[in-house]
Design a protein around this ligand. Sequence first.
Ligand SMILES: [Zn+2]
Length: 275
Amino acid sequence: MSSPRAVALVALAALAAGCSSDGGGEAAGPGEPTSSSVPQPSPSVSAAALPLAGKVVVLDPGHQLGNRRHGAEIGAPVDAGGFDKECNTTGTATSSGYPEATFTWRVAEATRRILRRLGARVLLTRSSNSDDEWGPCVDERGRMGNPTEPGPAADLRISIHADGVLADGAVGFHVIRPGELVGWTDDIERPSRRLARVLRDALVAEGFGPATYRGERGIDVRRDLGTLNLSDVPAVMAELGNMRDGDEAAVMESAAGQRRYARAIAAAVRAYLRA
Ligand SMILES: [Zn+2]
């Protein structure tokens, strides 16, 4: 049996692990203690003490890399919330050709690493970043984590995207929240507002600027996105930056920049879940 003090110490250790998470390598470095040299708390105690224990988060990294090679498949219409829309699109890229699919995949992976260390269960809407694969379609992405779907019900879903806007001076992120669409989003519109605000604030806290070209103070509202309309759990879509701006693209292509985005998203999950 654990004393309250032992539980508190385990909780502190878990928090410390979370704070030092930067999405980098999982292995201990040469000078760091390994599991064989340090007594470990029992798994049941440590798991329960983690701040996101029992929470389920869906991360939706936009666009499979191979979408660009599967035009017919991704062009097929699917339901996007009472109207049809294309299954998916190719996504954008930086001027040097670094694809949005790869950027969103790397950010999702880095975010997943942080959230898992904090005890969350993380579901990704795609399991690879592969030129040989395509999809899933927006309707499947939009339903993942819903209580009626197979698998665990999610506490929230965050779609991760990047924009490709050619206008001069177009930089910065914006978070898209679902507008009210009766029969579709009226169940999630209010909590998704709060999720959008905490994600906006977390991105600002990591040093990212709100978009100069869309939305209001980093938040936009849309009713035409299947990934938001089909959700029955609080959901937002983050356009993390403009890949066509050279300076922003350099940040988005870098591993350090991707880890900053991941830290912001993970911080938003904690803030939203008050964990
Ligand atoms: Zn996108």
